[in-house]
Design a protein around this ligand. Structure first.
Ligand code: GLY
Length: 249
């Protein structure tokens, strides 16, 4: 499956679930002095999450051009050393602004990956924030992932913020086990090797981080997700690294 079809399937899936399709914004974030380059799909929706801006929709889907070569999310040092890191990439994301939350976000991601894309269910693992028992139970009891494939991790892995300030919250990631030939004989999604590839990050927006580090609760919770197009292509196209996908060819 080529990247053009993956993009189309992504938009079609979320349109079917009443999401408004929003074009990628510029790599230079408009009116945001906290950010040099757009580093995530949620950047253009920052003020919507903060309750400072209203849109005509409560659900959105986008494929955002992202640059991670400095600042909070800096992948520059990893490029060339792993099979998965890029400084420029396309991030597929669905968003909820005071609409659905954890249950629906997890269900959408799972259905897209397993039913629309057809990934091997037995290779998929989920991670959740250490204290997020709600997401843990959704993955285990509703989606049916066995407990040995659900990993509770700390803030370093499962708490997402766009920068030093702004919207943030606990997150839950979906990883695929590419097998020991890609890295360690025994490890889990917290390992830096290429065995476990993070495909999709589901952020449960709950706080507005202040410059002094305190987290104020947002007026309404939301969902912000990010999935690397090139990473998903590397799995679907069964190639060794993101550099061998049709996006690069
Ligand atoms: N905003 C979600 C992510 O970048 O992973």
């Amino acid at each position: 499956m080529k990247s053009t079809l993956i993009r189309k399937k992504f938009f079609d899936f979320f349109a079917k679930h009443n999401h408004t399709s929003v074009p990628s914004s510029s790599l230079i974030p408009a009116q945001d002095p906290t950010l040099l380059f757009t580093n995530a799909g949620m950047n253009q929706f920052k003020d919507v999450f903060l309750g400072k801006e209203q849109r005509t929709y409560k659900r959105a889907v986008s494929i955002q051009k992202c640059m991670r070569a400095g600042g909070k999310h800096n992948d520059l040092e990893n490029v060339g050393f792993t099979k998965r890191h890029l400084t420029f990439f396309e991030m597929m994301g669905n968003f909820s602004f005071g609409d659905y939350f954890k249950r629906e976000a997890i269900r959408f991601a799972w259905d897209f990956l397993t039913k629309e894309i057809g990934l091997d269910v037995s290779k998929l693992h989920a991670t959740v924030y250490l204290t997020d028992d709600e997401s843990y139970d959704i993955w285990n009891k509703e989606i049916g992932i066995p407990t040995e494939r659900i990993h509770k991790l700390g803030a370093e892995y499962n708490f997402w913020q766009m920068g030093d300030m702004g919207p943030c919250g606990p997150c839950s990631e979906i990883h695929i086990d590419r097998g020991p030939e890609f890295g360690c004989a025994q490890c889990d999604p917290s390992c830096d090797c290429d065995r476990f590839l993070e495909i999709w990050n589901l952020v449960f927006m709950q706080f507005d981080r202040q410059s002094d580090g305190t987290d104020l609760p947002l007026k309404q919770t939301g969902v912000d997700t990010g999935m690397g197009l090139e990473r998903l292509c590397s799995i679907v196209q069964n190639v060794d690294s993101v550099f061998q996908t049709d996006v690069f060819a």
